[in-house]
Design a protein around this ligand. Structure first.
Ligand code: PEP
Ligand code: MN
Length: 268
């Protein structure tokens, strides 16, 4: 079902009123790693909207590596994210971690994210296949392209064809960056599948200064959008501060993406 062989036409996924996929202007989803407070998410929503983001991201159910760190505001965070998205007029994307919260998250979010750590949580994928809301499926940190597409197949097989893939870096011998951004899979996925593909340069690099160049590289390489972490005060962030852009940094990146868009004729 995910293969281009059986489905030559490109899938365009609609998130709220935003269309994502081949032939559409590239989409920028931005927001904090995690929703931390009403003030934090409201401020960020206003800033990213003003800078031109089309989607608001924010984690409520957080898959943290260790159990003693901030685990997210869970349902309360989800509701704050929804409120912030509505306040500024942006559809929201947030992670869902378990099959039993799919209903809850689907009720409030416009796009449901499956995190890298859950790419092969098959019960979760099956549950997401039964809803009609679109799904953003991130590549597992050690998943091959074949495994990545097979995971997407689980969702489509249950009847939900609104799946966007997302490359977020993989584990390699290299430790200078948090993960190794595998940009070559963007054009490769486009050869193999009709599904849209986005890139998350924040988790891929783990380093703020690398996020703008890798965002632009992803878009020039044909990605249908990028997912970028932005925080009002990255140094005080409860998670992923070092890779989060400041408002000024995000604004600058959006200006650069605008110029690329005109230069490459993506706006036509
Ligand atoms: C995230 O986007 O918040 C996240 C946890 O990313 P990943 O699953 O790619 O690590
Ligand atoms: Mn994060």
């Amino acid at each position: 079902l995910v293969s281009r062989d059986f489905h030559p036409r490109n899938t365009i996924v609609k998130v709220g009123t935003v269309e994502i996929g081949e032939g559409r202007p590239p989409v920028v989803a931005a927001g904090p790693c995690a929703v931390e407070s009403e003030e934090q998410i409201m401020k960020t929503a206003r800033a990213v909207k003003k800078a031109g983001a089309m989607l608001l991201r924010g984690g409520a159910f957080k898959p943290r590596t260790g159990p003693h760190t901030f685990q997210g505001m869970r349902e309360e965070g989800l509701l704050l994210l929804e409120k912030a998205g509505k306040a500024v007029g942006l559809p929201i994307v947030t992670e869902v971690m378990s099959p039993d919260t799919v209903g809850l998250v689907a009720e409030h979010a416009d796009l449901l994210q499956v995190g890298a750590r859950n790419m092969q949580n098959f019960d979760l994928l099956r549950e997401l296949g039964k809803i009609r809301k679109p799904v953003l499926l991130k590549r597992g940190m050690s998943a091959t392209v074949e495994e990545f597409l097979a995971a997407a197949e689980y969702i489509l097989a249950e009847g939900n064809h609104n799946v966007i893939l997302c490359e977020r870096g993989i584990r390699t011998f290299e430790t200078a960056t948090r993960n190794t951004l595998d940009l070559a899979i963007v054009p490769l996925i486009k050869e193999l599948s009709h599904l849209p593909i986005m890139v998350d340069p924040s988790h891929a690099t783990g380093k703020r200064s690398l996020v703008p160049p890798m965002s632009k590289a992803a878009l020039v390489g044909g990605a249908h959008g990028v997912l970028v972490e932005v925080h009002p005060e990255p140094e005080k962030a409860l998670s992923d501060g070092p890779q989060s852009l400041t408002f000024a940094g995000f604004d600058r990146l959006m200006g650069e993406i605008d110029r690329l868009t005109v230069f490459l004729g993506w706006d036509e």
